[in-house]
Design a protein around this ligand. Sequence first.
Ligand SMILES: Cc1cc2nc3c(=O)[nH]c(=O)nc-3n(C[C@H](O)[C@H](O)[C@H](O)COP(=O)(O)OP(=O)(O)OC[C@H]3O[C@@H](n4cnc5c(N)ncnc54)[C@H](O)[C@@H]3O)c2cc1C
Length: 304
Amino acid sequence: MTCDVLVIGAGAAGMAAALSALEAGAGTVFLIDRDTRLGGVLPQCLHSGFGEVIFRQELTGAQYAARWAARVEAAPICLRLDTTVLAVSPERRALLSGPAGVEEVSFRALVLAAGCREVPIGALALPGTRPAGVFTAGQAQRMVNLEGLTLGRDAVILGSGDVGLVMARQLTLAGCQVSAVVEQRERCGGLPRNYRRSIVECGIPLLTRTTVSRVHGAGRVRGVTLRQLDTGEERFQPCDTLITALGMVPERELLRPLGNPLPSWVFLCGNCHHIHRTVDTVSLQGAQAGREAAALALESGAAG
Ligand SMILES: Cc1cc2nc3c(=O)[nH]c(=O)nc-3n(C[C@H](O)[C@H](O)[C@H](O)COP(=O)(O)OP(=O)(O)OC[C@H]3O[C@@H](n4cnc5c(N)ncnc54)[C@H](O)[C@@H]3O)c2cc1C
């Protein structure tokens, strides 16, 4: 199989990139995602606050994804879901694994829109056992919103960025007691609107200059030790769930074999370029990457 532009990842960035590559004249555009649906993290975001720039409306993440997905599905894009890109080679070939088995596709330009990874709790030097009941925020959001699962009755959230705040509110609305959002810095890390909706409106205590210094429990979390960083004072906080929102790292593993600097035919966009605060900038950057990839593909097609 061959194509002009191969887009890896069909979240906000990848969908915009594939559409704009097509509009900019690329003949064949492949859009690949290992998930079985379009949208990346968006379908699990049921809160509003998406699309204020592009649609001039406050949509939920799922609504924002649905608008873009409708355009992708109506366009002559070669869409492969449930398909993982296993490797990309310097010879401009990608190895795919999907329902049809393992296949190779050659391309002229590559857009990497593979999103990001959450920093796991293992990244902290945290003593204690590793009981059940510890989740990253994204994992928790997916389990609650897409899989309809209940995580626990009493939670502590570690990290006050937007993702931690959104989960604090959602768990509260779902009937879980959130006893604290814990933040090592001096102030809340999230957007003012998320601070208002979660901390103020839900009445959740925000403990700044504080961290979790120990996880307790055998089998299931039964509490955490909270340490005040200025005084060193520690106290036990009972909980059966610990949600970690420790930040995100761009997902670029596939590019490793391509060396540094990257070849001119590679374009990065969305959270695998840098971690964006809002989805609008992700879509705009995706569209730009798609246009640039199409231009390079057309140029190298003419030369070859
Ligand atoms: C909890 C949460 C709340 C948020 N709240 C807001 C908000 O209120 N307002 C707002 O504007 N923004 C918000 N955002 C930010 C915004 O949703 C994201 O920045 C944006 O959706 C990221 O898009 P992306 O395409 O870069 O990545 P993703 O959506 O992560 O998409 C990457 C895709 O790549 C696929 N992929 C990765 N590797 C491979 C591979 N090897 N092979 C095949 N497929 C692969 C993945 O399956 C995934 O579908 C929020 C984000 C989160 C997580």
